[in-house]
Ligand binder design. Sequence first.
Ligand SMILES: Cc1cc2nc3c(=O)[nH]c(=O)nc-3n(C[C@H](O)[C@H](O)[C@H](O)COP(=O)(O)O)c2cc1C
Length: 386
Amino acid sequence: MLKYLTAGESHGPQITAIVQGIPAGLPLGKEFIDRELARRQGGYGRGGRMKIERDQVVINAGVRAGEALGSPIALIIANRDWVNWQRVMFSGPEADISSPLVRPRPGHADLAGGLKYNHHDLRNVLERASARETAARVAVGAVCKQLLSAFNIQALSWVVEIGSVKTQRRQLPTEELFRQAESSPVRCPDPEASKQMMALIDKANETGDTLGGVFEVIVVNPPVGLGSFEQWDSKLDGRLAQGLMSIQAIKGVEVGVGFRGSRMFGSQVHDAIAYSEGKRRFYRLGNHAGGIEGGITNGENIVLRAAMKPIPTLRRPLSSVDITTKEEVEASYERSDICAVPAAAVIGEAVVAYEIARSMCEKFGGDSLEEMRRNYAAYLKQISEY
Ligand SMILES: Cc1cc2nc3c(=O)[nH]c(=O)nc-3n(C[C@H](O)[C@H](O)[C@H](O)COP(=O)(O)O)c2cc1C
């Protein structure tokens, strides 16, 4: 079964991921992973750190001659900033721990993490709680996207809100919206809203403030029957929500119409079932359900939305308490993003790609891509005869 683990501190030497369960024979390219990593680094409103890093993956296990071997895949992303932090972050006892971080930042894991792990230097908390870890998740997601693309499935995203600025919904094909989002500095497929979002980010920057927002992830062409109603932890909507919610600063997840649906009548929300001969067969007259009913895909595109809170590190810090002296102080400030919703959307694609790939492996899994393709084709045949 597909699973992964990540390790690495934000200013340590590297971020590492180990992915288990990718079928042998899957073509895997470093170039695609690097492009995905670059997408995560972009977006108007990012801070100084992203100017230092030029993320590149090193694949140093589980792949040979451009194909997965079926053994664990090790992905490594070096932290360029490590050179500036070696003395502080060194793993040996000679590390420089003379300037502990003692002014916890509201909105971060700093204080609760310090209390929980009994750390008196909050750097020991923030180094791992930092969203730098998501570089590993994007690399894993890129591997999963390569698996999904063998079955013509894609995970795409765009930004729909930043602060108070909302996108006007336009009836355009998903691929066209994605293309427009990719050419927008805020990854928003609405040129007018993009400009307003950038102006708002400039305003937040001027006042030492930060912004959050909302992004959407769409899974295009999922087969019917991924996930299950059989058990709480096999429900695909639950798994996708956990994946998205686990991204740093994500505070809300919606499937389909989500919260909006709770304010509507049932007759307005549920998607009537229709049938036509040919390739499509059973389909829905709408997609308010966002492609999932009862924890299983219903064959429509999966539509997910996630809300990101404003970045918690503020240049004009909130008040905090020094954990040593217990005196009121300003929270510490570390070079920081003003808005990272465009990057979070790319991370959203990655975590969603992983969950879809995981459920694909559960349903059609084999040791090799060939075996998985055979299982998939046999299932599609079964569906076509239903
Ligand atoms: C792509 C991305 C970039 C982020 N950049 C920053 C940042 O520069 N400064 C910051 O304080 N928080 C940043 N965050 C948010 C924090 O990592 C997050 O709020 C913090 O770890 C606390 O976790 P929680 O918000 O999930 O409770 C970023 C989050 C993401 C997804």
